[in-house]
Design a protein around this ligand. Structure first.
Ligand code: NAD
Ligand code: GLY
Length: 374
């Protein structure tokens, strides 16, 4: 395990996308190092997009990091309501209202300060405002630090389905100050761990084994354990995104459990369960289906249950979810092609998966019936 903690020298993971490549800076105390952010600000005006929970905690610090030693930059902010239920067009419009009223121009930089909801919305606003302005991610949840801030997927929800409106739009940099996790509630921390587990299951068996041994340390916020989990997750994500930025195949594997999970989020009501909680239950369902298809051993199923339970994550959908609800939300999933629902399923030894529409529909039906009352 790397010992970056306390060194204040950031670990850097590069997202290699040709002339749109960018660094992910990971470490403690990075918001106290203004040069890291300032080198990625273009133009003189910055709009920080954040929410009512994160602003009182970190907005002043971020404004200082953007302006210390650089009086030519002016920073304004827009503070959005907090929660997945606000990840919609109406809230997004508040960002455009602020940017237009304040006469931001094409040299503006938008900075996302918060979890995945803020990152996705700010990124989409940056992609669309004046057809695209500079964009920086400062993720402050485990979910955002290990996944959502990296790779340029941005967007909002629709009442009929999750993340259905958006754009691929890469940031100039991602700055992960691990100190921000000190204020993150336990439930939000656990939610992010669902995506860490995902990387192990789909492509990194060694990382999964490390997680099995270190779950208690992660939950206890051991700084070294968190720093390693963030770095290893970002390395996995950066590699996948570099190979398949626009999700023609490989990148879809990052959505293990998400088709079931997104149905839970939309069906149960946005924000009732956190994204990672829905993904955890969805992962159990995808793993159950993989086993029914005969594609993985029982031992993998057990290990998935065990690790998610150890992380205090759900291992079944909420009781309210019915087979019909799953089917209806899954039908509008972004991975449907020509009416065929493609899923990410585990196949073979731990750390291997497939993205496929070629599976026995009976297995999907059996899984849905096994996890739903009707
Ligand atoms: P979130 O953004 O709602 O944050 C969770 C909660 O933590 C919120 O109440 C937030 O205000 C609060 N918070 C954030 N940072 C904090 C801090 N440091 N201290 C205290 N409280 C803090 O949820 P999330 O789990 O970060 O992100 C979920 C969203 O990310 C979903 O909308 C999901 O679709 C999206 N996502 C996107 C991608 C992608 O590739 N773009 C990947 C994964 C998830
Ligand atoms: N979180 C899935 C992706 O970025 O593709």
């Amino acid at each position: 395990m790397e010992q970056n903690v306390g060194s204040r020298v950031p670990t850097i993971v590069d997202v290699d996308l040709g002339n749109r490549s960018y660094p992910i800076y990971i470490g403690s105390g990075l918001l106290d190092q203004p040069h890291l952010l300032q080198r990625h600000v273009h133009g003189k005006r910055v709009l920080v997009v954040t929410n009512t929970t994160v602003a009182p905690l970190y907005l002043d610090k971020v404004v200082s990091a953007l302006t210390d030693g650089n009086s030519s930059v002016s920073v304004e902010s827009v503070i959005l309501p907090d929660g997945e239920k606000y990840k919609n067009m109406e809230t997004l419009m508040k960002v455009f209202d602020k940017a237009i009223e304040s006469r931001f121009d094409r040299r503006a930089t938008f900075v996302a300060l918060g979890g995945g909801v803020i990152g996705d919305m700010c990124g989409f606003a940056a992609a669309a405002f004046l057809r695209g302005v500079n964009f920086i991610q400062i993720p402050t949840t485990v979910m955002a630090q290990v996944d959502s801030s990296v790779g340029g997927k941005t967007g909002i929800n629709h009442a009929l389905g999750k993340n259905l409106i958006g754009a691929f739009y890469q940031p100039q940099c991602v700055l992960v100050d691990t100190d921000t996790l000190n204020t993150l509630p336990d439930r939000e921390l656990a939610s992010g761990i669902a995506e860490v587990v995902k990387y192990g299951l789909i492509r990194d068996a060694e990382f999964f084994e490390w997680q099995e041994k270190n779950m208690n340390a992660l939950l206890a916020r051991d700084p070294n354990a968190l720093a390693y989990a963030i770095k290893r997750s970002c390395e996995n994500k950066a590699e996948v995104v570099s190979l398949d930025e626009k999700e023609s195949g490989l990148r879809a594997t990052l959505n293990l459990g998400h088709t079931f999970g997104h149905a839970i989020e939309a069906g149960f009501g946005y924000g009732r369960w956190f994204h990672g909680e829905a993904v955890a239950a969805g992962t159990v369902m995808a793993v159950d289906m993989s086993h029914r298809l005969g594609w993985i051993d029982e031992s993998i199923v057990k290990r998935v249950y065990n690790i998610l339970q150890a992380a205090n994550l759900p291992i079944a959908p909420p009781e309210l979810m019915t087979v019909e609800m799953f089917k209806s939300y899954m039908a509008v999933d972004k991975k449907v092609a020509d009416g065929l629902l493609r899923l990410i399923l585990l196949k073979g030894p731990l750390g291997n998966c497939v993205f496929t529409g070629d599976y026995d529909r009976k297995a999907l039906d059996e899984t849905l019936h096994a996890f739903c009352k009707s």
